[in-house]
Design a protein around this ligand. Structure first.
Ligand SMILES: C[S@@+](CC[C@H](N)C(=O)[O-])C[C@H]1O[C@@H](n2cnc3c(N)ncnc32)[C@H](O)[C@@H]1O
Length: 427
């Protein structure tokens, strides 16, 4: 695909009217750069439902429509699409479904374990058959404190499955069906419905402490009911595979074979070749909003991962967070092609009193990237609420805000110096 011109993409944002609303445009100055904001309902849950393969719960994941919007417009088939904070792998799965090569990194080992198996989904029958050879009684000791979450027989099955997976790994027999079962079981450990192994607890992607769970049980007068691990894993497998159909089925497998999944820090990724990536779509850990370590302790236990050893970024001070992001942007600058882009989702934190783009735009500039636009996807945006502006940005809203950087710019592609003054809307 020929290099995507930034101005053409901005024109698309400006002209966008898929849902009958005009794009609102205004601009702000960030240090030396004037950056245009584009506000519209660019993607929505009303659009073609996302592929069912995405339906794996993870704290602070974004909807597949977000990476799809940028992948479809800023890359071509077989281009490399990268997420340095991949989480459950939304960007990677969507990229592979769209026939792009997925690359990802996350410091949390659970991330790879949740993403990789979905590049080679097994059949329901294969998963069912595999369960026939998985013991339901553990050989070793069982963690009695976990009875706060599970019925005794369910806990036996979970413990036996855990032993089986560890054994398969240590004997080199672990295969893609084991990987799939491990991924599904990990996401079924706790939740608030019959689709999970546990008694009612907080949402599926967070595990409370044992003490908190005992308090929840007391308050709700509940005792963990019997849940059958095999049945739940098969039911979830059925749901995950429900909407994957050709050609997505072929491209997820083919592009998945080329996937690069790293476990480590986003600031240092020597395994990703310089100048190779066309597009980065990502959302970083937002200051101290989500405590990935605390939320993931049970998933880590099940997968024999030491949650204390996972160095998840959890900065309290904005300037420290900004310094970390600057290092990531330097690394992204290295791995991007000249014609490449970064779509960096930023949240509203501290009740809207802190706009993360105020930290992100300067961080990107310091790393040599050009801030091109801030894209705000506002699903409630209507003609009559056409009152976007700085004040509106401060309100806590249900929006996605994406800072778009290019590695160069339209000017740099033609050999001129990159602009440091930014662009006016429609430029
Ligand atoms: C907001 S989540 C990303 C969610 C992802 N967009 C998705 O849809 O699942 C941020 C991720 O950053 C990861 N993370 C935290 N510190 C990191 C670091 N130093 N390097 C790489 N990943 C990190 C966390 O483990 C978490 O998965």
């Amino acid at each position: 695909m020929p290099p995507v011109r930034t101005s053409a993409f901005k024109q698309q944002l400006q002209d966008f009217d898929h849902f009958g609303k005009p794009t609102e445009i205004f601009s702000r100055r960030f240090e030396g750069s004037v950056v245009p904001y584009f506000v519209n309902e660019f993607w929505t849950a009303k659009q073609r439902a996302a592929d069912s393969l995405h339906e794996v719960s993870y704290r602070a994941c974004f909807k597949p429509q977000l990476p799809r919007f940028f992948v479809q417009r800023l890359t071509g088939p077989r281009d490399k699409v990268y997420d340095p904070f991949m989480g459950r792998g939304t960007t990677l799965i969507e990229a592979a479904l769209l026939d792009r090569v997925p690359l990802g990194c996350d410091v949390n080992p659970l991330s790879r374990l949740l993403c990789e198996p979905r590049f080679s989904p097994p059949t329901l029958a294969a998963v069912d058959t595999r369960f026939s050879s998985i013991p339901t009684s553990p050989a070793g000791p069982v963690r009695q404190d976990l009875l706060a979450f599970y019925h005794k027989d369910t806990l036996d099955e979970i413990s036996a499955l855990r032993e089986y997976l560890m054994n398969r790994r240590s004997t080199g027999k672990f295969d893609s069906i084991d990987g799939w079962i491990q991924m599904v079981a990990t996401t079924r450990l706790t939740g608030h419905s019959k689709g999970f192994f546990s008694v009612y607890t907080l949402p599926p992607n967070q595990a409370v402490s044992i003490e908190s769970q005992l308090r929840i049980n007391e308050r709700r007068k509940q005792i963990p009911p019997r849940r059958v691990v095999r049945e739940i894993v098969l039911r979830k497998t059925h749901t995950l595979l429900a909407k994957t159909s050709p050609p997505s089925e072929t491209s997820i497998f083919d592009r998945g074979q080329e996937a690069v999944l790293l476990t480590g820090s986003a600031g240092r990724t020597p395994r990703i070749e310089s100048g190779s990536v066309q597009l980065v779509v990502t959302s970083p850990p937002f200051l101290d909003v989500v405590n990935y370590k605390r939320d993931n302790w049970l998933r880590c236990w099940f997968n024999d991962v030491d949650s204390e050893a996972v160095e998840v970024w959890h900065y309290k001070k904005p300037e420290e967070w900004q310094a970390a992001m600057t290092e990531v942007f330097k690394e992204l600058h290295r791995v991007l092609r000249n014609s490449g882009f970064v779509a960096f989702e930023v949240g509203e934190v501290r009740n809207g009193s802190l706009q993360l783009e105020d930290l992100v735009v300067p961080a990107g500039i310091r790393a040599g990237l050009c801030p091109e636009a801030i894209v705000i996807n506002d699903q409630k945006f209507t003609k009559t609420s056409n009152c976007w502006g700085i004040e509106n940005l401060k309100k806590g809203t249900n929006t996605n805000r994406i800072v778009l950087f290019s590695r160069g710019s339209d000017l740099s592609q033609s050999g001129a110096k990159p602009s440091r003054t930014g662009h006016q809307p429609g430029e």
